[in-house]
Design a protein. Sequence first.
Length: 407
Amino acid sequence: MFPRDFAWGAATSAYQIEGGWQSDGKGPSIWDTFCHEKGRVFGDQNGDVACNSYELWEKDLECIQQLGLTHYRLSFSWARLLPDGTTQHVNQKGVQYYNKVIDDLLTSNVSPMVTLYHFDLPQALQDQGGWKSPGIASLFDNYAQFCFQTFGDRVKLWITINEPQVCAKLGHEDGIHAPGLKEKGTAAYLVGHNMLRAHAMAWHSYNSRYRSEQKGAVSIALNSDWCEPLNQGCPKDIAATERDLAFKLGWFAWPVFVTGDYPEIMRSAIDAQSRKLGYNAASRLPSFSKDESAILGTADFFALNYYTSRKVKPGGGCEKMLCIKGDQDTEEVLDSSWPISGLSWLAVVPDGLRKLLKYIKRMVSLRWGHCRSRMPSAVCITRTPSQKWQKLYKKMGSTSVDILHGL
């Protein structure tokens, strides 16, 4: 189905698999704190042990070898390497652990792809304001440079931040992810802004200080469902779909890949809702300064996590209060023909990936034209239920053709 040099791998994240939450000098992360608060998580479960990969890494490596993977995406625990989040206190046991993981992978002819941030901010930095604080961007850049210096001789594929939209919205608007804040209509936009600033600073640091010697590639991993109008011929549904994609994908893709700024449709929707509710202060969606416009082009490839698809129509928002859902003014529904996995929200829609990739190609072409060599892409198909693999394999046929022919 795919050519011999196609990168086929698996992905994990530190909090989800490592365990060892306070082993060998690791500091607490916001997910440690969140899960230890009673009632936050179903059954009060936590990641204190998880898969215990910190102790059982060799077993994980055996699985990787048995699968014949060419790549393995993992994330570093910021708090395991830098317990207080700063380079003033380096945990050498954490450095040794990740050195072993990387070296074992390379010995097994598996290329590591490292994510620097997968939702698990050191609690020490959250206590100072976390991602809402403007200073977090410089702290992240320091952390990133520490990792480039320490591991970059062997790691050639880097992701700065995984799914910033999820971290911003679920962690700071909905309160269902760490750090569990529900600051509707404001905090998520600020968090997203600072994440983009942090990503860009790290990319520029790599580009100017490490790229010539290490010859690696750096990007940011975005997530998006595919969205299409509930009624294809309805102008209101079409407009709602455009807004939905702007808030899902465009929020972070446009600043990095298209214009250096947020989608105008997103800013207009936010400002219109502010006026409607009598909010007359500055736009709730921050603006980039002249220096921060250097965010445009800060990616060496397009990294995408795709899960599922949605049909979209207007409405479903919180009309009488400031919130992202009210700003979007969209409601998402499932198509009854789509199979549902063990998770109620996760419909199995493989051809949505093809549609989303084509949409991204058109979007990125606004900036890059049709020169594919300047903007390669990495596509991560994540968390597909095992019982659906056979159906997915069949459906992926046409999608693979699109990938191989440049979408």
